[in-house]
Structure formats: structure tokens, C-alpha cells
Design a protein around this ligand. Structure first.
Ligand SMILES: [Zn+2]
Length: 260
């Protein structure tokens, strides 16, 4: 018995495959969108949640997928997308983290995640987390990758606290990429409020791609959080993708290997 059936979509989607990017002779990089998807495997029966709950930020990063696709097109770079909701398993957390398969997310109880057996948890790792992780590993093994950015969105208010930033640049070992983006933005987009390591910080316990892939390969990297009320519409997604693509282009255009 598997978690996914033939009727479920594949866990991973590749947008702008590398063959297309090579044809354009782009600087070799990689984009990730781990929280793009809202899919729930049919066998999990919507995790017992209403479609209203599955439409909120607890299930996915609102607007992130289309924004990331626009950035990928602007930069001619490959984008790896996770199709399943982070409520099924969060693909930007170590699978052993306590909140990798959350029983409660931001105050909402997730009935379909309660009292899972080890086998049920393992299925989610093997059929949803691992395909994404393997795709990333394969990409690094077969290509020269000089930089990588992970595209996310955040909710403007959480637990009664306002989050005033338009963009969050999250970084750890590679400080030069994010700082270079922030400095460029302060001159060219002075009205944008950029939070450095806001609204989150990169931690081994709560992140996966940056610690386990980008930092291990010692490439220029940053996790970009865009406030989700900016990217709810197609025009917002296009506008912010153009800005983020410009910041990325600037930072990777003059950065070679970060000093980490
Ligand atoms: Zn996210």
C-alpha cells in the first residue's frame, strides 16, 4: 500500500528544465519552491480540513509558485517545485523534526496528522520528501551550480504581531549574497522594507535546503521570503518577481563563490 496512487500528481515538478537553460547560456543557478503546492494525496482525504483551511498560508506559500516561475523565466534558471502541501510533510524541515508533519499548524488542528504510525510517517518521507531531496541531489551531481535561491512567502500578521517587511532575506554562512542584495535594493528600490533574517532565521532544526544543500556545496545562496499580500494577484507576482530577479541578477552577477 503506497501513499500516492496513479491519480495523484508527482511530488516534484521541474520548471524551466536545465536543457532549456543551457541553451540560453545562463549563469548556472537553481531556484527552489518547497512550499508551492496545495496538493493532498487522495488517500489522506484532505487531512480532514476544509477547503478554506487548505487555501490559507498554513497549507502553502501563497503566490510563491507563480512568482518563482516568473523569476525562473526572467533568469533562465531551473526551478524545482514541490507539489504537495507542507501540511502533508514540510519539505524544508528535517524529516525527523517534531513539526515536519504538524498535528497543529498556527492554531489549526490537522486531524489527518494525528497519531500517525511510524509506517505512515515513513511513507510521507519516502513518497513526498525524498523525491524532492533526490531531485536536488541529482541536479547538484550532474550540473555546475554556482548559486541557489529558495522562494517563499510569509503572512503579514502572525499571532497578533505585524510583520512590516516587504521582503525577508534569510541567510547564515553566506552573508555576502544577502547583504549585496539588500545594499543594491536600498539604492534601487528605496521604498522596499527588507528584513535581514526576518521573519525567520535559518536553523538546522527548521530548515533543509540551505543547510543541507546550498551550504554543503558552498555556493552563493539565500532564502527569500516575500510578504504574501504582495503576491496574491498575477500582477503582484509579476511585479515582485521582476524585483527579486533583479536583486538575484545583481548579487550573482558580481559574486563568484561566497567567502564561507
Ligand atoms: Zn515557505
Amino acid at each position: 500500500m503506497t501513499l500516492l496512487s496513479d491519480e495523484d500528481p508527482r511530488a516534484v515538478e521541474i520548471y524551466n528544465p536545465i536543457e532549456v537553460c543551457k541553451a540560453t547560456d545562463a549563469v548556472p543557478g537553481l531556484l527552489l519552491c518547497e512550499h508551492a503546492g496545495q496538493e493532498i494525496p487522495l488517500s489522506l482525504k484532505s487531512l480532514g480540513l476544509s477547503s478554506d483551511s487548505l487555501d490559507t498560508h498554513i497549507a502553502y506559500d501563497i503566490g510563491a509558485e507563480n512568482t518563482a516561475k516568473n523569476i525562473a523565466r526572467a533568469l533562465s534558471v531551473m526551478l524545482i517545485i514541490q507539489r504537495y502541501s507542507r501540511l502533508v510533510i514540510d519539505c524544508n524541515r528535517p524529516p525527523e523534526a517534531a513539526d515536519s508533519i504538524p498535528e497543529i499548524s498556527h492554531g489549526t488542528s490537522i486531524p489527518g496528522n494525528r497519531q500517525l504510525s511510524d509506517i505512515e510517517k515513513q511513507q510521507r518521507v519516502e513518497e513526498i520528501f525524498n523525491p524532492l531531496d533526490h531531485t536536488i541531489n541529482e541536479h547538484f551531481a550532474n550540473n555546475s551550480v554556482r548559486w541557489a535561491f529558495s522562494i517563499h512567502s510569509f503572512t503579514p500578521e502572525l499571532n497578533g504581531k505585524q510583520r512590516p517587511w516587504d521582503l525577508g532575506l534569510l541567510f547564515r554562512n553566506d552573508t555576502s549574497t544577502a547583504i549585496s542584495m539588500a545594499e543594491y535594493a536600498s539604492v534601487n528600490y528605496p521604498l522596499i522594507n527588507i528584513g535581514l533574517n526576518q521573519p525567520y532565521e535559518i536553523e538546522d532544526q527548521s530548515d533543509w535546503f540551505i543547510p543541507q544543500h546550498a551550504e554543503k556545496h558552498r555556493i552563493a545562496n539565500c532564502l527569500i521570503e516575500i510578504r504574501n499580500d504582495h503576491i496574491r494577484t498575477v500582477s503582484g507576482q509579476q511585479k515582485w518577481a521582476a524585483i527579486v530577479a533583479d536583486l538575484i541578477r545583481h548579487s550573482v552577477g558580481n559574486a563568484s563563490m561566497p567567502d564561507i
